[in-house]
Ligand binder design. Structure first.
Ligand code: 3UK
Length: 508
């Protein structure tokens, strides 16, 4: 990939203004139910937002602007407005409460915020406790105090702030499943680098593609998949405020979507309606956020005839760094290093692990981790390598296979058992809709394997079902891995980015 960037670079110029300057301004850029904006319309809104930030709210380049809202075109316009004004965009998950927003204001030293009026309450509470946040403007607010009124008073003529390629343009917050969330800093050139690596080599989108998906724009999986990647090729994206499986399915059908980004759990639910997608507009289906079980890949293939594109990414690296296109998809493997990146599995002495041996995954590439004011930087980045929290192994062809999060290993009677391996085995049973496997303390064995299982309709949560599932696992993986305890549940705890929160089951 071409990864040489000029010293001065503003990613909004490249991703948005360039299309208008080159005569593609009337092409559709963003869609939502009842709404369609061309590239020129998005540019006009983003320019006015930049003007409001600078002229009305006194924003100075380098200041941090918190963004809060469900996925919708105005949230995207705000993201570009901040970047155009030379600010740093800090998009936040819509479900966060005042306390969590307060922590982000503190960690990110946030001075300004743009917020969907529907979600203003919690942010205003956070502001009351954190006066460092000087200015909040709400969009989708029809009053004279709203962002839209302030935008109408501006001209729309704006020249982007002449930022350096390595000026920070966004802070990504990690989901914090294991502790206090960390902020990661990414530069303008990082945004362009992710657009130059994975999409042209693995996804290969065209300007006629219609992107859709579920991850929030506050999650860099969603920011890339639903905003940056479609815009990098002049395609269009559908932004859905609510994208649970039924709404996502409806969105795909209504908008004729061709590329979908979502998590494995969502593919399992969508597969139940696979006949509505088979032979339709959808041609590319991307899975990330957590490991893709082989059973889920097979389920999707059978239900829709489409091959999932798996990819592992991380907030620290901004987007996907190991992946495989449809032609190279292998059951159980995530793929190979994305062009532009290098990846290795290393042992406890940081030496490359032999083929087939599980070790820690480390990666290197044009994007990499820079935590903001966080001591954990030293442990995460060593010798130019980013150390992930994932245990992986490589097969003889160099494909990387996911084993577990390093903290999701269960030790029972001296055996090392990876929770995802048992989940994978359970998911292959037709009675299982969703499952999560954890280790629970046991006097005799140290820990025992416990499965939390959501059954598919028509299956009864009783001892017979429990025994059937235990026996089934014993037939497909080493018998000592079978869940000695099976708990039936209606739903499993997940983050907004679709990740299973095994730690919450352990606490319960
Ligand atoms: C796990 C996967 C196996 C893995 C992300 C795509 O998930 C993203 O970022 P986060 O910072 O979490 C990173 C961690 O999530 N993971 C993600 N994808 C996979 N494990 N197979 C996968 N395909 O533990 C990783 O360390 O929330 C994903 C693009 C951008 C992202 N930020």
């Amino acid at each position: 990939p071409e990864l040489q960037f000029p010293a001065q670079l503003n990613c909004a110029t490249e991703l948005l203004d360039r299309h208008v300057a080159e005569g593609r301004g009337e092409r559709v850029c963003l869609r939502a139910p009842g709404l369609s904006w061309s590239y020129r319309e998005l540019q006009d809104k983003a320019n006015r937002i930049a003007q409001v930030l600078v002229h009305d709210l006194g924003l100075v380049p380098g200041q941090r602007v918190l963004l809060r809202g469900p996925n919708n075109p105005m949230l995207a316009a705000c993201w570009f407005g901040v970047i155009k004004a030379g600010g740093i965009a800090v998009a936040t998950m819509p479900l966060l409460r005042a306390k969590e927003l307060g922590a982000i204001i503190d960690i990110g030293q946030i001075s300004h915020a743009l917020c969907d009026a529907a979600l203003a309450d919690e942010l205003l509470q956070a502001q009351a406790a954190h006066p460092m946040l000087q200015a909040v403007r709400c969009f989708h607010d029809t009053t004279s105090a709203g962002l839209e009124a302030a935008m109408a008073a501006q001209s729309g003529d704006w020249t982007n702030v002449d930022t350096a390629a390595d000026d920070t343009c966004l802070l990504g917050f990690t989901s914090g499943t294991t502790g206090v969330p960390k902020a990661t800093m990414h530069f303008h050139r990082d945004v362009m680098a992710i657009c130059a690596c994975w999409p042209p080599h693995v996804l290969r989108p065209t300007p006629d593609d219609v992107f859709i998906g579920s991850p929030p724009l506050a999650f860099t999986f969603g920011l890339g998949g639903l905003l940056l990647f479609p815009m990098a090729v002049g395609a269009s994206a559908v932004l859905l405020e609510k994208a649970s499986p039924p709404q996502l399915l409806q969105g795909i059908l209504d908008f004729g979507a061709t590329v979908v980004f979502t998590a494995p759990t969502s593919y399992r639910a969508l597969a139940m309606h696979g006949e509505q997608l088979r032979g339709g507009t959808l041609r590319k289906c991307v899975s990330a956020g957590e490991a893709l079980p082989a059973a889920t890949r097979a389920l999707w293939q059978e239900a829709t005839g489409l091959t999932l594109i798996d990819g592992i990414g991380a907030t620290e690296l901004l987007h996907i760094f190991i992946s495989a296109d449809e032609a190279h998809a292998r059951a159980g493997a995530t793929g190979v290093a994305v062009p532009g990146y290098r990846a290795e599995v290393v042992d406890e002495h940081d030496q490359p692990a032999p083929t087939g041996q599980v070790g820690r995954l480390r990666v290197q590439g044009p994007t990499g981790c820079r935590y903001l004011n966080d001591k954990r930087q030293a442990a995460y980045v060593k010798g130019g390598w980013n150390y992930t929290g994932d245990a992986y192994w490589q097969d003889a062809d160099g494909y990387f296979h996911y084993h577990a999060r390093t903290d999701d290993m269960i030790i029972s009677s001296g055996y090392n058992i990876a929770a995802p391996e048992v989940e994978d085995a359970l998911l292959a049973h037709p009675a299982v809709a969703e499952c999560a496997v954890i280790g629970v303390p046991d006097e005799e064995r140290g820990q025992i394997v416990e499965a939390h299982v959501v059954l598919r309709p028509g299956h009864v949560p009783n001892d017979a079902t429990r025994k059937m599932l235990q026996d089934f696992v014993k037939t497909t993986v080493a018998p000592y891995k079978y869940p000695r305890s099976v708990v039936f549940a209606d739903a499993l705890p997940r983050t907004q980015s679709g990740k299973l929160q095994r730690f919450r089951l352990k606490q319960a």
